[in-house]
Design a protein around this ligand. Structure first.
Ligand code: PGA
Length: 254
């Protein structure tokens, strides 16, 4: 759809200590062959971002993402890490992941402010959207995606849209091994791109990078990457296995 490299993001979630993250990065550096047409991003725990960033300095084989951030730059917000503090450390920040929405009660208002804070701090948000099993069963997938995309991007201008990545992740497919049908993924992607076009214009919709995520592995990556609106993948569990992550990256080449 656009001229960007295929984007493969590995979300490590709450796995690996600082030391384990560093060892895992070394393993990935040794094992992974990254084709020039593919951009690889890994999202370790916040605590390991600095050490991993220093470790990667010499090679820059991968880019880094944070898994979350807070939207105020600083202040009395116990336990939070701001987008401002991540600036210079990571290129991307995952925002509104379904685990943030459902396990930590994040609502559209938080997500919209976080997306804006990431852009304001010169990084790129990966805005996650996706319907629950119930919403799909009720035939509400389109409404859910419409609401989440509109709300998530409400503070963004057309000029800023080139920084935005959206990941479509059906909640019921995350970490479950349940594979979404390619026809359903294609329909959801088309809807999201059309909505960005309606909101921000044609150029923004062409520039937008759209990722698919939800139980992606070495065996099914190719079928999702082959869809016309898919520019890459957001990978959870399979990114914790170097060989499988390597297979996914290899599928992205073709
Ligand atoms: P999964 O996770 O690949 O383990 O389903 C995807 C995600 O949470 O982004």
């Amino acid at each position: 759809m656009n001229t960007h490299k295929t984007l493969i993001v590995g979300n490590w979630k709450m796995h690996f200590t600082i030391g384990e993250s560093s060892m895992f990065i070394r393993k990935l550096e040794e094992q992974l062959k990254i084709p020039s047409s593919v951009e690889v991003v890994v999202a370790p725990t916040t605590l390991a971002l600095q050490s991993v960033s220093l470790q990667l300095k010499h090679h820059r084989k991968f880019k880094l993402a944070a898994q979350n951030c807070f939207w105020r730059d600083f202040g009395a917000y116990t336990g939070e890490v701001s987008a401002h503090m991540l600036r210079g450390l990571t290129q991307y920040v995952i925002i509104g992941h379904s685990e943030r929405r459902h396990a930590f009660g994040e609502i559209d208002k938080d997500i919209r402010l976080k997306v804006q804070a990431v852009v304001r701090n010169q990084m790129q948000p990966i805005l996650c959207v996706g319907e629950t099993a119930q919403e799909r069963a009720d035939g509400d997938t389109g409404f859910t995606l419409h609401d989440q995309v509109t709300a998530g991007l409400a503070n963004i201008t057309s000029e800023e849209m080139h920084r935005i990545v959206i990941a479509y992740e059906p909640v019921w497919a995350i970490g479950t091994g349940e594979n979404a049908k390619t026809t359903d993924v294609a329909a959801a992607m088309k809807l999201i791109r059309k909505q960005v076009k309606d909101l921000f214009g044609k150029q923004a919709s062409l520039d937008l990078r759209l990722l698919y995520g939800g139980s992606v592995d070495g065996a099914n990556a190719t079928q999702y990457l082959a869809l016309p609106d898919v520019d890459g993948l957001l990978v959870g569990g399979a990114s914790l296995k170097p060989e499988v992550f390597g297979d996914i990256i290899a599928s992205a080449k073709s």
